[in-house]
Design a protein around this ligand. Structure first.
Ligand code: GLU
Length: 285
Protein backbone atom coordinates (compact mmCIF):
# COMPACT_ATOMS: atom_id res chain seq x y z
CA UNK A 1 0.00 0.00 0.00
CA UNK A 2 1.46 3.34 -1.06
CA UNK A 3 5.09 4.09 -1.58
CA UNK A 4 7.45 4.66 1.28
CA UNK A 5 7.95 8.38 0.91
CA UNK A 6 7.64 9.06 4.61
CA UNK A 7 10.78 7.33 5.85
CA UNK A 8 8.58 5.78 8.55
CA UNK A 9 9.85 2.37 9.66
CA UNK A 10 7.84 0.51 12.25
CA UNK A 11 8.05 -3.00 13.59
CA UNK A 12 6.31 -5.74 15.48
CA UNK A 13 8.71 -7.68 17.68
CA UNK A 14 7.06 -10.73 19.28
CA UNK A 15 8.92 -13.13 21.55
CA UNK A 16 8.20 -16.65 20.27
CA UNK A 17 7.31 -18.10 23.65
CA UNK A 18 3.86 -19.10 22.41
CA UNK A 19 1.15 -18.05 19.95
CA UNK A 20 -0.13 -14.48 19.82
CA UNK A 21 -3.12 -13.94 22.09
CA UNK A 22 -5.72 -11.17 22.16
CA UNK A 23 -3.35 -8.95 24.16
CA UNK A 24 -0.34 -9.19 21.86
CA UNK A 25 -2.67 -8.79 18.89
CA UNK A 26 -3.38 -5.22 20.04
CA UNK A 27 0.29 -4.29 19.67
CA UNK A 28 0.49 -6.02 16.30
CA UNK A 29 -2.64 -4.29 15.02
CA UNK A 30 -1.72 -0.83 16.30
CA UNK A 31 1.84 -0.98 14.94
CA UNK A 32 0.58 -2.27 11.59
CA UNK A 33 -2.09 0.42 11.24
CA UNK A 34 0.30 3.15 12.25
CA UNK A 35 2.88 2.08 9.66
CA UNK A 36 0.25 1.84 6.93
CA UNK A 37 -1.35 5.16 7.90
CA UNK A 38 2.08 6.81 7.52
CA UNK A 39 2.74 5.03 4.19
CA UNK A 40 5.71 3.48 5.94
CA UNK A 41 7.23 0.05 6.27
CA UNK A 42 6.17 -2.56 8.79
CA UNK A 43 8.88 -5.02 9.81
CA UNK A 44 8.66 -8.27 11.71
CA UNK A 45 11.42 -9.16 14.16
CA UNK A 46 11.34 -12.43 16.05
CA UNK A 47 12.81 -11.76 19.50
CA UNK A 48 14.11 -15.23 20.23
CA UNK A 49 17.22 -14.14 22.14
CA UNK A 50 15.94 -15.45 25.49
CA UNK A 51 16.42 -19.05 24.39
CA UNK A 52 15.09 -20.77 27.55
CA UNK A 53 11.71 -19.12 26.87
CA UNK A 54 11.55 -19.94 23.18
CA UNK A 55 8.93 -22.51 22.19
CA UNK A 56 9.83 -24.44 19.08
CA UNK A 57 7.54 -23.60 16.18
CA UNK A 58 6.01 -20.55 17.87
CA UNK A 59 7.70 -18.21 15.37
CA UNK A 60 6.12 -20.00 12.39
CA UNK A 61 2.77 -20.05 14.13
CA UNK A 62 2.90 -16.30 14.89
CA UNK A 63 3.71 -15.61 11.25
CA UNK A 64 0.73 -17.73 10.19
CA UNK A 65 -1.53 -15.85 12.60
CA UNK A 66 -0.41 -12.47 11.22
CA UNK A 67 -0.89 -13.59 7.62
CA UNK A 68 -4.31 -15.05 8.38
CA UNK A 69 -5.39 -11.65 9.70
CA UNK A 70 -4.00 -9.84 6.65
CA UNK A 71 -0.99 -8.27 8.34
CA UNK A 72 1.85 -8.59 5.84
CA UNK A 73 5.39 -7.44 6.59
CA UNK A 74 7.42 -5.47 4.06
CA UNK A 75 10.92 -6.89 4.47
CA UNK A 76 12.20 -10.39 5.27
CA UNK A 77 11.73 -11.06 9.00
CA UNK A 78 14.83 -11.18 11.20
CA UNK A 79 15.53 -13.52 14.10
CA UNK A 80 17.59 -12.16 16.97
CA UNK A 81 19.26 -15.54 17.44
CA UNK A 82 20.93 -15.01 14.05
CA UNK A 83 22.29 -11.57 14.88
CA UNK A 84 24.73 -12.36 17.69
CA UNK A 85 27.78 -10.80 15.91
CA UNK A 86 25.88 -7.50 15.65
CA UNK A 87 25.28 -7.50 19.40
CA UNK A 88 28.93 -8.34 20.06
CA UNK A 89 29.96 -5.37 17.89
CA UNK A 90 27.63 -2.94 19.63
CA UNK A 91 28.76 -4.22 23.03
CA UNK A 92 32.40 -3.72 22.05
CA UNK A 93 31.61 -0.13 21.04
CA UNK A 94 30.10 0.55 24.46
CA UNK A 95 33.10 -1.06 26.12
CA UNK A 96 35.50 1.15 24.19
CA UNK A 97 33.49 4.16 25.33
CA UNK A 98 33.91 3.05 28.96
CA UNK A 99 30.18 2.42 29.40
CA UNK A 100 30.34 -1.23 30.43
CA UNK A 101 31.51 -2.90 33.60
CA UNK A 102 31.54 -6.44 34.91
CA UNK A 103 29.38 -7.29 37.90
CA UNK A 104 29.84 -10.13 40.38
CA UNK A 105 26.56 -9.63 42.25
CA UNK A 106 24.02 -12.44 42.30
CA UNK A 107 20.30 -11.95 42.25
CA UNK A 108 20.19 -13.47 45.74
CA UNK A 109 22.33 -10.71 47.23
CA UNK A 110 20.47 -7.94 45.39
CA UNK A 111 16.91 -6.85 45.92
CA UNK A 112 14.95 -5.39 43.06
CA UNK A 113 16.07 -2.28 41.13
CA UNK A 114 17.67 0.14 41.51
CA UNK A 115 21.03 -1.54 41.37
CA UNK A 116 23.11 0.03 44.19
CA UNK A 117 26.28 0.23 42.08
CA UNK A 118 28.21 -2.34 44.10
CA UNK A 119 30.65 -3.29 41.29
CA UNK A 120 30.75 0.10 39.54
CA UNK A 121 34.25 0.96 40.79
CA UNK A 122 35.62 -2.53 40.21
CA UNK A 123 34.99 -6.12 41.17
CA UNK A 124 35.44 -7.15 44.80
CA UNK A 125 38.77 -8.96 45.47
CA UNK A 126 38.91 -12.42 44.04
CA UNK A 127 35.49 -12.19 42.35
CA UNK A 128 34.80 -12.65 38.67
CA UNK A 129 32.31 -10.86 36.45
CA UNK A 130 29.08 -12.79 36.04
CA UNK A 131 27.04 -10.21 34.18
CA UNK A 132 27.81 -6.94 32.39
CA UNK A 133 26.11 -3.66 33.19
CA UNK A 134 25.74 -0.26 31.58
CA UNK A 135 27.28 2.64 33.47
CA UNK A 136 24.17 4.80 33.31
CA UNK A 137 24.89 8.52 32.98
CA UNK A 138 23.28 10.97 35.41
CA UNK A 139 20.30 12.95 34.18
CA UNK A 140 16.59 12.80 33.60
CA UNK A 141 15.26 11.29 30.39
CA UNK A 142 12.24 13.17 29.04
CA UNK A 143 10.07 12.06 26.14
CA UNK A 144 6.51 12.28 24.91
CA UNK A 145 4.55 9.10 24.31
CA UNK A 146 2.01 9.64 21.53
CA UNK A 147 -0.76 8.07 23.62
CA UNK A 148 0.43 8.28 27.24
CA UNK A 149 1.71 11.86 27.06
CA UNK A 150 4.86 13.39 28.60
CA UNK A 151 7.12 11.02 30.55
CA UNK A 152 10.30 11.42 32.51
CA UNK A 153 12.58 9.08 34.39
CA UNK A 154 15.88 9.45 36.17
CA UNK A 155 17.29 6.11 35.06
CA UNK A 156 20.44 6.30 37.20
CA UNK A 157 18.35 6.74 40.35
CA UNK A 158 15.18 4.81 39.53
CA UNK A 159 16.68 1.81 37.73
CA UNK A 160 20.42 2.05 38.20
CA UNK A 161 23.10 0.47 36.04
CA UNK A 162 21.13 -2.15 34.13
CA UNK A 163 22.26 -5.45 32.66
CA UNK A 164 23.39 -5.73 29.04
CA UNK A 165 24.64 -9.28 29.21
CA UNK A 166 23.21 -11.71 31.72
CA UNK A 167 25.04 -14.11 34.02
CA UNK A 168 23.88 -17.01 31.81
CA UNK A 169 25.72 -15.38 28.89
CA UNK A 170 22.54 -14.31 27.08
CA UNK A 171 22.11 -10.76 25.81
CA UNK A 172 19.53 -8.77 27.73
CA UNK A 173 16.30 -7.69 26.04
CA UNK A 174 16.97 -4.00 26.87
CA UNK A 175 20.23 -4.12 24.94
CA UNK A 176 19.34 -6.14 21.85
CA UNK A 177 16.07 -4.30 21.25
CA UNK A 178 17.99 -1.03 21.02
CA UNK A 179 20.68 -2.45 18.75
CA UNK A 180 18.06 -3.94 16.44
CA UNK A 181 15.84 -0.87 16.33
CA UNK A 182 18.96 1.18 15.56
CA UNK A 183 20.35 -1.12 12.87
CA UNK A 184 16.95 -1.61 11.25
CA UNK A 185 16.41 2.14 11.12
CA UNK A 186 13.18 1.97 13.13
CA UNK A 187 11.64 5.43 13.42
CA UNK A 188 8.41 4.57 15.29
CA UNK A 189 7.69 2.02 17.99
CA UNK A 190 4.10 1.02 18.78
CA UNK A 191 3.85 -1.66 21.48
CA UNK A 192 2.17 -2.65 24.75
CA UNK A 193 2.10 -0.32 27.74
CA UNK A 194 4.08 -2.80 29.86
CA UNK A 195 7.17 -1.54 28.01
CA UNK A 196 6.61 2.14 28.75
CA UNK A 197 8.81 1.76 31.84
CA UNK A 198 11.68 0.46 29.66
CA UNK A 199 11.61 3.34 27.21
CA UNK A 200 13.84 5.78 29.12
CA UNK A 201 16.54 3.08 29.42
CA UNK A 202 16.28 2.29 25.75
CA UNK A 203 16.47 5.92 24.71
CA UNK A 204 19.65 6.65 26.59
CA UNK A 205 21.24 3.45 25.37
CA UNK A 206 20.27 4.32 21.78
CA UNK A 207 22.03 7.67 22.06
CA UNK A 208 25.18 6.07 23.51
CA UNK A 209 25.21 3.80 20.44
CA UNK A 210 24.74 6.73 18.09
CA UNK A 211 21.09 6.05 17.16
CA UNK A 212 18.20 8.49 17.22
CA UNK A 213 15.62 7.13 19.69
CA UNK A 214 12.40 6.22 17.84
CA UNK A 215 9.06 7.94 18.56
CA UNK A 216 6.95 5.81 20.85
CA UNK A 217 3.30 4.94 21.37
CA UNK A 218 2.29 2.49 24.08
CA UNK A 219 -1.14 0.91 23.65
CA UNK A 220 -3.27 -0.49 26.50
CA UNK A 221 -2.78 -3.97 27.87
CA UNK A 222 -5.49 -6.56 28.21
CA UNK A 223 -5.99 -8.03 31.66
CA UNK A 224 -7.75 -11.21 32.70
CA UNK A 225 -10.55 -11.45 35.27
CA UNK A 226 -7.96 -11.42 38.07
CA UNK A 227 -6.48 -8.18 36.75
CA UNK A 228 -3.31 -9.88 35.52
CA UNK A 229 -1.81 -8.84 32.19
CA UNK A 230 -2.76 -11.38 29.52
CA UNK A 231 0.41 -13.22 28.71
CA UNK A 232 1.73 -16.51 27.54
CA UNK A 233 2.86 -17.18 31.12
CA UNK A 234 -0.76 -16.82 32.26
CA UNK A 235 -1.75 -19.22 29.47
CA UNK A 236 -3.80 -16.70 27.54
CA UNK A 237 -5.40 -18.64 24.69
CA UNK A 238 -4.46 -17.97 21.08
CA UNK A 239 -7.17 -16.03 19.31
CA UNK A 240 -9.71 -17.56 16.98
CA UNK A 241 -8.27 -17.93 13.48
CA UNK A 242 -11.42 -19.50 12.14
CA UNK A 243 -13.21 -16.15 12.50
CA UNK A 244 -10.56 -13.59 11.51
CA UNK A 245 -12.92 -10.66 11.00
CA UNK A 246 -14.44 -11.04 14.46
CA UNK A 247 -10.95 -11.35 15.95
CA UNK A 248 -9.88 -8.12 14.25
CA UNK A 249 -13.08 -6.36 15.30
CA UNK A 250 -12.61 -7.32 18.94
CA UNK A 251 -9.05 -5.96 18.95
CA UNK A 252 -10.21 -2.80 17.18
CA UNK A 253 -12.86 -2.19 19.80
CA UNK A 254 -10.36 -2.77 22.61
CA UNK A 255 -8.11 -0.13 21.05
CA UNK A 256 -10.99 2.26 21.67
CA UNK A 257 -12.55 2.51 18.20
CA UNK A 258 -16.15 2.18 17.19
CA UNK A 259 -17.14 -1.06 15.55
CA UNK A 260 -18.13 -1.14 11.89
CA UNK A 261 -19.34 -4.00 9.73
CA UNK A 262 -16.81 -5.75 7.48
CA UNK A 263 -17.46 -8.71 5.19
CA UNK A 264 -13.87 -9.89 5.11
CA UNK A 265 -10.39 -8.97 6.34
CA UNK A 266 -9.66 -6.80 3.29
CA UNK A 267 -12.66 -4.59 3.89
CA UNK A 268 -11.86 -4.49 7.59
CA UNK A 269 -8.39 -3.01 6.90
CA UNK A 270 -9.67 -0.69 4.17
CA UNK A 271 -12.08 0.91 6.59
CA UNK A 272 -9.93 0.79 9.73
CA UNK A 273 -6.95 2.49 8.12
CA UNK A 274 -8.50 5.94 7.44
CA UNK A 275 -10.11 5.86 10.88
CA UNK A 276 -6.74 5.23 12.54
CA UNK A 277 -5.11 7.94 10.41
CA UNK A 278 -7.83 10.50 11.22
CA UNK A 279 -7.50 9.77 14.91
CA UNK A 280 -3.72 10.34 14.80
CA UNK A 281 -4.16 13.68 13.07
CA UNK A 282 -6.79 14.65 15.60
CA UNK A 283 -4.35 14.43 18.49
CA UNK A 284 -1.11 15.41 16.76
CA UNK A 285 0.79 18.20 18.49
N1 GLU B 1 9.64 -8.92 22.42
C1 GLU B 1 8.90 -8.08 23.31
C2 GLU B 1 7.63 -8.76 23.75
O1 GLU B 1 7.14 -9.65 23.05
C3 GLU B 1 8.50 -6.76 22.67
C4 GLU B 1 9.65 -5.88 22.47
C5 GLU B 1 9.31 -4.49 21.96
O2 GLU B 1 8.29 -4.30 21.27
O3 GLU B 1 10.11 -3.61 22.24
O4 GLU B 1 7.11 -8.42 24.78
Amino acid sequence: MGTDTSGYRGRFAPSPSGPLHEGSLLAAMASYLDARAHHGKWLLRIEDIDTPRVVEGADAFIMQQLQALGMHWDEPPVWQSQRIPLYEDAFARLQVGGYVYGCACTRRTLGNDPYPGTCRQGLPEGRQARSWRLRVPEGVEHFVDRLQGPQSQNVAHEVGDFILRRADGLWAYQFVVVVDDGLQGITHIVRGADLLASTARQRLLARLLGYKPPDVMHVPLLCDAQGRKLSKQNHAPAFDLARPVQTLQRAWKTLGFELFPAENIETFWQRALPMWAACQHGDSQ
